[in-house]
Design a protein around this ligand. Structure first.
Ligand code: PLP
Length: 372
């Protein structure tokens, strides 16, 4: 057996994205105890910086010690009680997973379905709320990474509030990549990931809960069925002020990485990070369209950080992606579900959202396509 030395790639798929060298260096620093006062100081800074990234004052804002999917499960495990009716919007892979969470925690899912590649229809959500006055929660994906479509989180959250529903919002791909305002938009429970637009490695899921969400959690009739994700217990470790108690061993070095990525986000400025993703998207879009490719998602609903384009007629999807990987060390994403074999998903997330990546992806695709 030998040490594992991964090839150096440029990651322009749906995640993970390129991790900034500063983040990798931070992760190589000495491991200390997860109850060490120095570590606790770093945890407090991390929580404050996450509030900045989410644009929230929510006290319960913290990183879950597991990937984005665990952040998703944290929201549903804590907020859905057996028998709760939950309106869930499905316009891609991740909406489907939300539905799976609802039913596994004993909830009743009312599905609002939209075509893959389209944004969630706000009108359909309104109709579902009218048809289901007993619904308790509306759940949807802000940035659907399986298709590249962005939904109107502000409008959907406002509708949910009008009908006395809480909302659960997936922002794994939107956090730090496009406009997101937790308090202003009235988001109640939100989860994200570190490996998309935060330039950090996978394995951590930032979450935030509003006062209303905490109230629902406090008024539960039944205990949260997941021990690890029960926020009542997790907050004994991550909560502010309270004497910290052992819950689980935090992933110390990965959290150094998240902390460093948040230092970098505050240096750049959140709005500047959103603008950088947009600017690079505009450049890439211009180049791809000049090569004759067209986008799957309508212009107004596109995610700048995930560009989904139709694969040109007669082109071998797998052969192109494998040549990009082997000859250019460039990873782009394949299509999922119904879009498998039909689209490419080209990510511009976090540290990957850079001019040199746009140039590399354009040039590499041009050469490989020309040879086909
Ligand atoms: C990537 C992603 C997830 C899952 O995150 P993991 O870190 O892979 O568990 C959930 N939702 C969306 C929209 C994502 O893009």
């Amino acid at each position: 057996m030998q040490s594992f030395n991964p090839p150096v790639r440029t990651l322009m798929g749906p995640g993970p994205s390129d991790v900034h060298p500063r983040v990798l260096q931070a992760m190589a620093r000495p491991t200390i105890g997860h109850l060490d006062p120095a570590f606790i100081g770093m945890m407090e800074e991390t929580k404050e910086a996450l509030k900045y990234a989410f644009k929230t004052e929510n006290e319960l804002t913290m990183p879950v010690s597991a990937p984005g999917s665990a952040g998703m499960e944290t929201c549903f495990a804590n907020l859905v009680e057996p028998g709760d009716k939950v309106i869930v919007c499905i316009n891609g892979v991740f909406g489907n997973r939300m539905k799976e969470n609802i039913t596994r925690f004993g909830g009743e899912a009312v599905v609002v379905e939209d075509k893959w590649g389209e944004a969630v229809s706000v009108d359909k959500v309104e109709q579902a709320l009218k048809d289901n006055p007993d619904a308790k929660i509306v759940a949807f994906v802000h940035a659907e990474t399986s298709t590249g479509a962005m939904s109107d989180a502000k409008a959907i959250c406002a509708l949910a509030a009008q009908h006395d529903c809480l909302n659960i919002v997936d922002t794994v791909t939107s956090l730090a990549g496009s406009e997101l305002r937790v308090d202003e938009w009235g988001i109640d429970a939100i989860y994200s990931g570190t490996q998309k637009c935060l330039s950090a490695p996978p394995g951590i899921s930032p979450i935030s809960f509003s006062e209303r969400a905490i109230q629902k959690l406090s008024n539960r009739n039944t205990p949260v069925t997941s021990w690890f994700l029960d926020l009542n217990l997790v907050m004994g470790y991550w909560g502010k002020g309270a004497k910290r108690a052992y819950h689980h061993t935090a992933p110390v070095n990965t959290l150094y990485g998240l902390h460093e990525s948040l230092v970098m986000l505050t240096e750049e400025g959140l709005e500047n990070a959103w603008a950088r993703h947009s600017a690079n998207h505009e450049d890439l879009k211009h180049n791809l369209e000049a090569m004759g490719m067209s986008f799957v998602v309508n212009e107004g609903d596109r995610l700048p950080q995930l560009n989904t384009v139709w694969i040109p007629e007669g082109i071998d999807d797998a052969a192109v992606r494998s040549r990009l990987l082997n000859e250019y060390n460039l990873e782009i994403g394949a299509g999922l579900g119904d879009l498998a074999g039909k689209v490419w998903r080209i990510g511009l997330m976090g540290y990957s959202a850079r001019k040199e990546n746009v140039v590399l992806a354009t040039a590499a695709l041009k050469e490989v396509l020309a040879s086909q």
